[in-house]
Design a protein around this ligand. Structure first.
Ligand code: ADP
Ligand code: MG
Ligand code: ZN
Length: 473
């Protein structure tokens, strides 16, 4: 699609931190409460109200920085970013400008052409704004509950070159933040949302093109669609000789297009200045040491362990660690059965299918998966049966072994019985049998299928295949 052009992307990610209370007051941060029931003079910005920084915010932001290879500032400060919008009652947001908590980090991602390092420019802390609610009858209303919910903003270098790289980066970043315990990153609750800065240039050019910024994307599929649409739009503009204008755009999921919202403001427009109500933030060596020690094993470390301890492939391991609940499931299964490769296989082919939505929960217990893996590994059931049973037990506490026993789903490996089945199949299906004999070896699949059907899907496909080959030669 991009032809002789290169797409250049940098991201700004807003992530809500998982604290019980807000960043500058003790109001709760719970999602979904009645509008305007979780706010006080501080988060509503009433005159004279004074903010006090929640210590846990600093701890969480620093942990996010350590987990993404950042340098941590021993001294940083908070600044007022001034702008007017009805969801921002103070008319300024408390953020960090020239001295962010974390800087110069990176993450390595897997791309089609190998590993790639994506630079992280900075991570700073800031407060979220409220929410406007549009009501057909009452007009536009404001809900202040979200005012003062703690955020980190993670800004990347313009190192990304495609929607696929963006997806890989965001998935890895999200997994790390969840592993580190600083956020649940539920995208449907707006806990992890992303601004995409995108420009295009001719391949080989060294200066960056003019960028647009697409605001507030909160699902992977929207991010991918927005990037695809916006790259094409900019390339078409350059091709027809029109300049790209630096501006803020929004993505409309209904049309799959981006639309201009406003021309981009510059830092100068915000009249940043240090917040006089808040003391500088100091991070001591002791704090750093304690916080570093409390960071659990991150995805890459778990991945390396799975490959070396359980003999699964790096590709499978990468997929399993991409979601902590899946990685936890895998480890708990591995403690229950030695058939870890089968566990990995079941997880990748069957469990992930049920987790398409990024916020979905795993509908199986470790005992259920381990029991199926054990029955598969010892030949008691075949893969078809395993899939069928998995479907049935999803979201229940049913025991796979009981189901197999009660319903007689055990695999049929009795040679004499299978020989009879194979005999019948060959007599009833002369065409694929002849095809096989005349060299079309793929025809054996049709015969195996017929034989499996005769055993109600319970036959041992390996033995059936062997018997068929013997008969046909
Ligand atoms: P702001 O958007 O607040 O003005 P910055 O100027 O720091 O902040 O840039 C924000 C993001 O835009 C960063 O992720 C950066 O990598 C990205 N970016 C900057 N210039 C370009 C460009 N020409 N093309 C694509 N991304 C860019
Ligand atoms: Mg920006
Ligand atoms: Zn409050």
């Amino acid at each position: 699609m991009t032809g002789e052009y290169e797409v250049v992307i940098g991201l700004e990610i807003h992530c809500e931190l998982k604290t019980k209370t807000k960043i500058f007051c003790s109001c709760p941060t719970d999602f979904g409460a009645e509008p305007n029931t979780q706010c006080c003079p501080v988060c509503m910005g009433l005159p004279g109200a004074l903010p006090v920084l929640n210590r846990l915010i600093v701890e969480y932001a620093v942990k996010a920085g350590l987990a993404t290879n950042c340098t941590i500032a021993s001294r940083s400060k908070q600044d007022r970013k001034n702008y007017f919008y009805p969801d921002l009652p103070k008319a300024y947001q408390i953020s960090q400008y020239d001295l962010p908590l974390c800087e110069h980090g990176y993450l390595n991602i897997e791309t089609g052409s190998g590993a790639k390092r994506i630079g992280i420019t900075r991570i700073h802390i800031e407060e979220d704004a409220g929410k406007l609610v549009h009501d057909d009858r009452l007009g536009t209303l404001v809900d202040m509950n979200r005012c003062g919910v703690p955020l980190i903003e993670i800004v990347t270098e313009p190192d990304l070159r495609s929607a696929e790289e963006v997806r890989a980066f965001l998935q890895k970043l999200r997994a790390i933040l969840i592993y580190t315990g600083v956020s649940d990153c539920k995208m449907n609750k707006g806990e992890f949302r992303c601004d995409v800065n995108l420009s295009v240039r001719k391949k080989g050019e060294s200066t960056l093109g003019v960028r647009t910024e697409i605001k507030n994307l909160n699902s992977f599929s929207f991010i991918i669609s927005a990037i695809e649409y916006e790259s094409k739009r900019q390339i078409d503009m350059l091709e027809s000789g029109d300049p790209v204008i630096q501006e803020t755009r929004r993505f409309d999921p209904a049309t799959g297009k981006t639309y201009s919202m406003r021309t981009k403001e510059n830092a100068d427009d915000y009249r940043y200045f240090p917040d006089p109500d808040l003391a500088p933030i100091e991070v001591t060596g002791d704090m750093l040491r304690d916080w570093r020690a409390s960071i659990p094993k991150l995805p890459d470390e778990r991945k390396a362990e799975y490959v070396s301890q359980y003999g699964i492939t790096a590709y499978d391991a990468e997929m399993i660690v991409s979601r902590i609940e899946v990685a936890d499931l895998f480890e708990r299964c591995a403690a229950l059965t030695t058939h870890t490769k089968i566990v990995a296989n079941l997880i990748i082919t069957e469990v992930f299918r049920l987790l398409e939505n990024d916020d979905a929960e795993v509908p199986f217990s470790p005992e259920q998966i381990a029991s199926l893996a054990e029955m598969l590994g010892t030949g008691r059931i075949n893969t078809g049966t395993a899939k069928q049973v998995l479907k049935e037990i999803a979201g229940t506490e049913l025991d796979p072994e009981t189901i197999v026993k009660e319903r007689g789903l055990e695999q049929v490996s009795d040679i004499a019985l299978l020989e009879k089945v194979v005999q019948e199949v060959l007599e009833e299906n002369p065409k694929p049998a002849n095809d096989y004999r005349s060299g079309k070896t793929a025809a054996i699949q049709a015969l195996i299928g017929k034989a499996m059907a005769k055993t109600n899907g319970r036959g041992n496909a390996v033995i059936i295949g062997q018997l068929l080959k013997k008969q046909l030669s």
